[in-house]
Structure formats: C-alpha cells, structure tokens
Design a protein. Structure first.
Length: 134
C-alpha cells in the first residue's frame, strides 16, 4: 500500500443527483481513506432535493454540497473517473481508470423512483471501495 490515497471523480451531466449520491456514499464508507470529488459537464443550480431526501434516508447528509463544473484538472488529479451518462464530455487522459455507470437520471423523478437508483449506486460504490482498498 502506498502513502498516496486513491482519488475518485464522479461525473454526471448536472452534478445534482447521481454523482452527488455516489460521492456521498464513498465519503461515508471510505472515511479519509479515499479522496472524493464530483463534477458535472453542465452543472445545475442546486442539488436535486429528491436525491438529498433519498440520501437522508440512509443517514447521509449531502445538503452542504454544490454542483461543480467539470475541469480538466479534476480529471488529471483523479485516479478513477466514473461517468454517469455524460458521454464524451469528460476529458480522457491515458493511465486513468475510467468506468461508465449506466444509471437512470433521478432528475424530475419522485422518491419511489430515486430509491432504486440510490441503492444501485450504493452497491457499485461498495464494490469500487473494495477494489480500491484491496
């Protein structure tokens, strides 16, 4: 194990739902063992309130987060880049680990539709964390 902790960047279009939920889970589950970032190719004005509600049900508060614009630096500074429906908007750098998680967009959905998306994200984050800390 190196002294350098792994860093993960979650990217979705608006950085208001999926990427924020994934970042919330990874921060909660990894503690200070992983550096967590999230960003969007076209960030929204605020985090999706239904995503906030869904995470609150899990005991995770993401209300302090703000959607952030995706920068080349954020990608360069990350070991793993996880995209969620932003397609080719994410810059590509050799040597990075890229994954694309096919997830429904919670935007405009009610809590009953967002819970399964949240649960899918949680399972994927748990798998990712196990791989990063192996």
């Amino acid at each position: 194990m190196t002294d350098q902790k792994p860093s993960v960047l979650f990217v979705c279009v608006h950085n208001a739902g999926r990427s924020q939920m994934a970042a919330g889970y990874l921060r909660e589950l990894a503690g200070d063992r992983v550096e967590v970032r999230s960003a969007g190719s076209m960030p929204a004005d605020q985090i999706n309130p239904v995503a906030v509600e869904a995470m609150r049900e899990e005991g995770i508060d993401i209300t302090a987060e703000q959607p952030k614009v995706l920068t080349t630096e954020a990608v360069q500074d990350s070991d793993v880049v996880i995209t969620m429906g932003c397609g080719d908007a994410c810059p590509f750098f050799p040597g990075k680990r890229y994954e694309d998680w096919k997830l429904d967009d919670p935007a405009g959905q009610g809590i009953d539709a967002v819970r399964p998306i949240r649960d899918d994200i949680k399972a994927r984050v748990e798998t990712l964390l196990a791989e990063l800390l192996a």
